[in-house]
Design a protein around this ligand. Structure first.
Ligand code: PLP
Length: 449
């Protein structure tokens, strides 16, 4: 019997109830899932509850969790203060169709932690935040084009749907208009010469990027390039948008912009912002966000940028966000998560050497990524982390045929990671989690070997 079928057999016998639910779900959802990233062969797990760094599936299996609510759970699952804040709010109602004090306190926390957040507009998700930021940039500059970096993810709307895992030539993915994709320029990460050339051609409203690189830094972006980008965009009269949906309140309480001391014109936020509840925001320069202010626009003879959203700053999300940002702003939560991830990356690299794999664990802050190098390829961690390593090679390594088996074997040994492959760490992962994770990797890799 092949390794794959042995693993599938073992996984399936441990996750019988998940399998039943997955089969039932095929009648309700395309492919049985509600988010593209949840695709998993032979079937996904169905999770019943989560607490701290762990989660439990409907068959009672326990996992050390590195999916972390797609990065939202920096403080771990069901953090007592966040849960108490939401529970209190539920008793007071979840939607007033009116202003509420919580939205103000939430925004003030954002402003305190991120000095470039002169004003804040809440949205319901990160996708909505980047969509609004792009609209504001176009309205403010009167220019049409947006420059993005290949592989950088900004949500699923039409301006951001292509050039992530495919269509790096800028052609649209199905359902996106060519006319729209023509207004979005794609550039390879790290190619500052090309960025400058494209901006110099004119008509570029904004450059948008993930400041630590695509997918939690799987394709790292050099900090020195952030400074270059700031200088180039200023010189060529283009706005700079940091998409800090992942990095905001994670790589430091003030996000990547505070850590690297680069002030973008606009910032998009979500995930940690709302403490595990739905929520996003656009923040940034007063003179740009002013375009959402009807009175200011009337006074200045400008046409307002429209923006609605039934669940913007809904009270339950605001309560979770206030609790989360209060903790993040007053404790070493970000640092603890980053330290754990650094230890994990180191221990995985020691393990890879020990068992004769040329693979590498790399990354920054509270993330880890695995570069599944080919047999003869020896890559240094520093090369991967440099922001100069070819993104095509990183993406090709992610397609290594053993990765699905690795993820499957890790689940069998009680560890859940993203299939990119890598994961995100919380501030409450423990020494025991570290030990169990390395042990699970050892068993999985030995089986694969
Ligand atoms: C960097 C980045 N921007 C935007 C988004 C979209 O956020 P949401 O899933 O809340 O729409 C994501 C989601 O993973 C993200 O990672």
């Amino acid at each position: 019997m092949s390794l794959a079928s042995t693993l599938v057999g073992e996984y399936s016998s441990r996750t019988r109830r998940s399998r039943e639910l997955a089969e039932e779900a095929l009648a309700s959802f395309p492919g049985g899932i509600v988010h593209d990233a949840r695709f998993f062969r032979p079937h996904p797990i169905y999770v019943e509850r989560a607490a701290g760094s762990r989660k439990w599936d409907v068959d009672g299996n326990e996992y050390v969790d590195y999916v972390g609510g797609h990065g939202a759970m920096l403080l771990g699952h069901a953090h007592p203060q966040v849960t108490a804040g939401v529970q209190r709010q539920l008793e007071y109602g979840t939607h007033y169709g009116a202003c509420g004090e919580l939205e103000l306190r939430w925004a003030q926390l954002v402003q305190r932690l991120m000095p470039a957040a002169e004003l804040v507009r809440f949205t319901s998700s990160g996708t909505e935040a980047t969509l609004l930021a792009i609209r504001l940039a176009r309205a403010f500059t009167g220019k049409a084009k947006i420059l993005r970096f290949n592989t950088h993810f900004h949500g699923w709307h039409d301006h951001a749907a292509f050039g992530i895992s495919s269509h790096h030539d800028g052609t649209p993915t199905p359902g996106v208009l060519t006319a729209l994709s023509e207004q979005v320029l794609l550039c390879d990460p790290g190619d500052m010469v090309e960025v400058e050339r494209l901006l110099a051609e004119g008509d570029v409203a904004a450059v948008i990027l993930e400041p630590t690189g695509a997918t939690w830094g799987q394709v790292p972006f050099a900090a020195s390039d952030l400074h270059k980008l700031r200088a180039i965009t200023r010189k060529l009269d283009t706005l700079l948008i940091f998409d800090e949906v992942v990095t905001g309140f994670r790589c430091s309480p003030g996000g990547a912009q505070t850590l690297y001391d680069v002030a973008p014109d606009l910032t998009t936020l979500a995930k940690v912002l709302a403490g595990g509840m739905p929520g996003g925001a656009v923040t940034g320069r007063r003179d740009i966000l002013k375009l959402l202010d009807a009175e200011a626009c009337r006074r200045e003879g400008l046409e307002k940028v429209p923006h609605h959203g039934t669940y913007n700053a809904n009270p339950a999300s605001a309560a979770a966000g206030i609790a989360a940002l209060t903790i993040i702003g007053s404790t070493d939560a970000c640092e603890r998560a980053s330290n754990f991830a650094a230890r994990l990356r180191n221990e995985l690299n020691v393990l890879f050497e020990q068992i004769g794999f040329t693979w590498r664990a790399y990354g920054a802050f509270s993330a880890f990524h695995i570069y599944a190098s080919g047999h003869d390829e020896r890559v240094e961690v520093a090369e991967l982390d440099s922001g100069r390593f070819d993104y095509r090679k990183i993406k090709a390594a992610a397609q290594h045929p053993l990765i699905p088996e690795l993820c499957l074997a890790l689940r069998i040994h009680g560890v859940d990671i993203f299939g990119w492959p890598g994961g995100t760490v919380s501030s409450v992962h423990t020494d025991e989690d570290l030990e169990q994770t390395v042990d699970a990797f050892r068993k999985a890799l030995q089986a694969i070997k």
